[in-house]
Design a protein around this ligand. Structure first.
Ligand SMILES: Cc1ncc(COP(=O)(O)O)c(C=O)c1O
Length: 401
């Protein structure tokens, strides 16, 4: 059980803006005080680079930075040297596609879905375009789900990569990943998972999933912006060429030869996002202290409550009534979602409007732009009521013309 009043005390934004009804956590969750405090500690007390200084302050910074890596590794059940800090999911997914495109050739196939966020699909569109490989899509069900059955229809011995989301940021569906990964491995394909929307809602155990790569962002899981994680299996990372080049990732260099550092350093060229990476460990500790089961139950309870009341209203189209996480994607009929979101904002209700950087699914399901309300542990039934009331008012206002 989540004590929302207590939880809200963990987030300065909600203390500083008590009137705000924040229902856009799928875009960016709020950050805990502890996360911000540790980042401030880094800037106020350490402020130095990592892995570069023999002096005490740099050693302390390195220790905190590496402690965060250790935390992430434990969090996803990975080895420490399988955790690479990136700027976010986008950078992580580009790193993999950027490296693998060198190995793809005409005749090879990459499988993806129309459910992907642009950061999961565009890197592979570019990789296949540049290499001459073919990009294939898993046919979605009518409600927009990925199924194992449909995956089998596109998987072939030519499949080299499967780039797939764990949880859809528009529909809130959870992909049946384990079976898809098992089948992909039977064909020796690698599976790259976009875990951006999974990280705030469910335990991602990389050993249990057996995925080859998974990417996620700190800012969607109560952590800082500017840091993300790329997990990769050590055996693959060892063989993979880095995508970015620069300082620290080089072991030896002569005028015409290079030897990379070991993983993960090989993939962290230049000065990393030190403060944010340090802060991430506090977000992980926070999730562990709350527990994924509690997060899931709470957000689903808010979703169910809201959905029931919205379904009783005329003039709405709700697109994801069977979502597996706490998000609702809808339209007020005849009202552009940007107008609606602006109206909602007048009542301090913050939701996302648009195609959510996932245009293919918006087009595939003929939704166009939509409103998306996403729930987190700091939301309560009052927030749901405010959303419902504002949606009703918006509908009535536009319907009078
Ligand atoms: C499913 C999904 N994948 C990838 C991303 C990209 O994450 P970031 O912008 O943190 O790189 C997002 C962000 O909205 C997302 O929802």
């Amino acid at each position: 059980m989540i004590d929302v009043k207590k939880v809200r005390q963990d987030f300065s934004i909600l203390i500083n803006h008590p009137q705000e009804i924040y229902l856009d956590s799928a875009a960016s969750s709020l950050k805990t005080k502890e996360v911000v405090n540790l980042i401030n500690y880094y800037y106020d007390h350490l402020g130095t680079n990592v892995h570069r200084g023999a002096y005490d302050l740099s050693q302390q910074t390195t220790a905190l930075y590496e402690k965060s890596r250790e935390k992430v590794a434990g969090f996803i059940n990975a080895g420490i040297d399988e955790v690479i800090f990136t700027r976010g999911t986008t950078t992580a997914l580009n790193t993999i596609a950027g490296s693998f495109r060198e190995q793809l050739k005409p005749g090879d196939e990459v499988i993806t879905t129309e459910l992907e966020h642009h950061s999961s699909i565009i890197p592979w569109m570019m990789a296949t375009k540049r290499s001459g490989a073919t990009l294939k899509y898993i046919p979605l069900t009518d409600e927009g789900r990925i199924t194992v059955e449909n995956f089998k229809k596109v998987l072939t011995s030519k499949t080299k990569v499967v780039a797939i989301t764990y949880v859809s940021n528009v529909m809130g569906y959870i992909t049946p990943l384990k079976e898809i990964i098992r089948l992909a491995h039977e064909k020796n394909a690698i599976v790259v998972v976009d875990g951006a929307q999974a990280a705030p809602h469910l335990r991602m155990d990389v050993k249990d999933l057996d995925c080859d790569f998974i990417a996620f962002s700190g800012h969607k899981m109560f952590g800082p912006t500017g840091v993300g994680v790329l997990y990769g299996k050590k055996s693959i990372l060892d063989k993979m060429e880095p995508y970015e080049f620069g300082g620290e990732m080089i072991d030896t260099i002569t005028k015409d030869s290079l030897k990379w550092q070991e993983v993960p350093t090989k993939f962290e060229a230049g000065t990393p996002v030190i403060g944010a990476a340090i802060g991430l460990q506090k977000a992980i500790e926070y999730i562990d202290s709350i527990g994924y089961e509690n997060i899931h139950q709470h957000t689903i309870k808010l979703r169910d409550y809201t959905l029931k009341k919205l379904e009783a209203l005329d003039g709405l189209t709700i697109y994801n009534k069977t979502a597996d996480i706490g998000i609702i994607t809808l339209n007020i009929n005849g009202v552009h979602p940007h107008d609606a979101a602006t109206f909602l904002s007048e009542n301090h209700v913050a939701v996302r409007a648009g195609k959510h950087c996932a245009h293919l699914i918006a087009d595939r399901l003929n939704m166009g732009a939509t409103l998306r309300a996403s729930f987190q542990i700091y939301n309560d039934f009052d927030d749901c009521d405010a959303l419902i009331k504002s949606i009703k008012e918006t509908r009535d206002f536009f319907n009078q013309f």
